[in-house]
Ligand binder design. Sequence first.
Ligand code: HEC
Length: 236
Amino acid sequence: MKALAFGAALALSCAAYGQDVAKEIQRYRQMVAEGSPAELFELEGEELWKKPQGPKNVSLQRCDLGEGPGVLKAAYAHLPRYFKDADRVMDLESRLLHCMSTLQGRSREEATARVFGSADRPSEFELLSIYIAGQSRGVKIEPGLSQPKEKASYELGRALYFHRVGAWDFSCASCHGDEGKRIRMQELPVLYKPEAARPVIATWPAYRVSTSQLVTLQWRMNDCYRQMRTGPGNKR
Ligand code: HEC
């Protein structure tokens, strides 16, 4: 009986400890959000958005991210969405690639040669992403869900979340499926629940303090797929 009580007390204090750490991490993230190097990256992203590039030597300023050519306000918050000119659903990165190819005349190989950057040198996609996401601050996240292809993408995403793949038979839900799961103190949000996903998704792209690196949601997913042991892993 005594041992049981002790065990229960230990479990309780561990839970309390975990909560404290989670609170501290939260406070730390808040501090970083208030004054982080991300602002410098946003400026670099703006420069890239306006810089003439590619065989056609034009900037991306006429790129239509869904709110009209060149309109950045709220564009990120409404992605992914259906684009008629491409007849498919695109997220920010695939839409940027579309504009790099159609407006600037760049090849897919050249434009995607360096998708993920390093701590001291973020990639073009990363810098553009943080600049563009910055123009959606305070805007409600509402990806497209009305078009048939948007609905189909949503359903496919939901299926993929629970679909087990790879040598270890992992799905997203294997790690992001139970409340309170952690890997090395990092909380693993139960992403198929809106109340858990909302506060998390709104914080991307993110500045990662541990590695001083700017990372996008695309990077995050890629890294999770790497952890699931699917395919070649990070392209750097
Ligand atoms: C092997 C375990 C594992 C699997 C499987 C996994 N993830 Fe993750 N995921 C992690 C870890 C670890 C983190 C980092 C948590 C942190 O840094 O706070 C993470 C973080 C995330 C985040 C960011 C959460 C945040 O707090 O900002 C998203 C989004 C995400 N994963 C999506 C996915 C998706 C989608 C899949 C399936 C394709 C997936 N993950 C599969 C381990 C996993």
